[in-house]
Write a new protein. Structure first.
Ligand code: MRU
Length: 341
């Protein structure tokens, strides 16, 4: 199975997702600043993977404090800076908070880097275990011979390994239940075309890549049995942020009576938010729309608007598949109950 990032001796190794599928370039990151840059530049992306990378970044910080700073001071400073890299995925913030608690409990421990490394590894392993459990639970929701639609990349690359929505597809395929995966190419930076297609090809799972707005015709023809999406942050009432385009798919699902499932670990829920209104939506550089990967599509002088995520109301979600179980409405009540267990 693909592991998009792992710890090796004293540094973090990361598959540069901004170069896939053209080049499989592995980066050796030795400072927390390099990890922060990698997160900003989408070299590592996907809510759980960002959180895991940030956790490892704090180990790097504690290993190599700058002149005049203690390991704990350097790690806390790194955490504050890492929080500024990408605002939407709550996994980043939950992983950093978990690491910070450990630092604050014993800031002067001489083995702080070792203890931080164990915690980062735990965060990583727990994510993979959660993905596997969600895979089983989600696969059980699908009919035989399922034709499923997905958006962005929610696979091994977006997580510690295995995947969320794509993990469900993996598990269902292993059970012989997948007839076809329709993968949205996911403009503007094409996580579907570049990354999901790359993973599905490696696994031998049948798929068709499609332009994002081909989804309407697919629903209209009755050729989709379920939508499987990931999430970057889920509020208490089930409103959630995910890759821009997800809301359109949810509306289409409702119009056509097709089940719409969100697959996300408990680390993606933000119970401090009663609704999605408080979720910060990241806006990324205009160039990603105007000239993705250096190829200018729009005339010089054109301006773009580039929200990386959109917001889908919880009322459009048939169920959330988490490692703690499948959560169904009414979410105001069922989400807090499921997560406290
Ligand atoms: O901008 P990205 O590529 O980080 O966006 C990723 C998504 O929107 C995913 O659907 C989400 O993070 C869940 S990944 C398991």
């Amino acid at each position: 199975m693909i592991r998009p990032l792992f710890w090796e001796e004293d540094h973090l190794v990361l598959l540069d997702q901004s170069r896939l599928p053209w080049e499989e370039r592995w980066l050796a990151l030795r400072s927390w600043e390099e990890v922060a840059e990698a997160i900003k530049e989408l070299k590592v992306r996907g809510a759980p993977a960002i959180g895991i990378a940030a956790a490892y970044a704090l180990v790097l910080a504690a290993q190599n404090p700058r002149e005049g700073r203690s390991p704990a001071e350097e790690a806390l400073l790194a955490a504050a800076e890492l929080r500024k890299t990408r605002p939407t995925a709550v996994n980043l913030f939950s992983a950093l908070s978990r690491m910070e608690s450990l630092i604050q409990a014993k800031p002067n421990a001489s083995d702080l880097p070792v203890r931080l490394l164990s915690e980062a590894r735990r965060i990583h392993e727990e994510d993979i275990a959660a993905n596997r459990r969600m895979g089983e639970l989600g696969a059980a929701l699908l009919p035989e011979n399922a034709r499923v639609l997905t958006i962005c990349n929610t696979g091994a690359l977006a997580t510690g390994g295995y995947g969320t929505a794509l993990g469900v597809i993996r598990a269902a395929f292993a059970q012989g239940k997948i007839r076809m995966v329709y993968a949205c190419e996911t403009r503007p930076v094409l996580q579907g075309a570049r990354l999901t297609a790359w993973e599905l090809l490696r696994e031998g799972i049948p798929f068709r890549l499609m332009a994002d707005f081909a989804a309407g015709l697919l629903f209209r023809r009755g050729e989709v049995d379920a939508v499987l999406a990931g999430a970057d942050r889920i509020a208490q009432n089930g409103d959630f942020a995910n890759k821009v385009g997800t809301y359109v798919l949810a509306v289409l699902s409702q119009r056509h009576g097709v089940p719409f499932y969100v697959v996300a670990p408990s680390t993606t829920f933000d119970l401090s938010l009663a609704s999605g209104e408080g979720i910060p939506i990241e806006e990324r550089p205009e160039e990603e729309v105007l000239a993705p990967y250096g190829f200018r599509l729009a005339p010089k002088g054109a301006r773009a608007w580039n929200p990386a995520f959109d917001l889908t109301p919880g009322e459009l979600v048939w169920a959330f598949v988490t490692e703690k179980g499948v959560i169904r409405p009414p979410y105001e009540r069922t989400i807090p109950a499921a997560l406290s267990g």
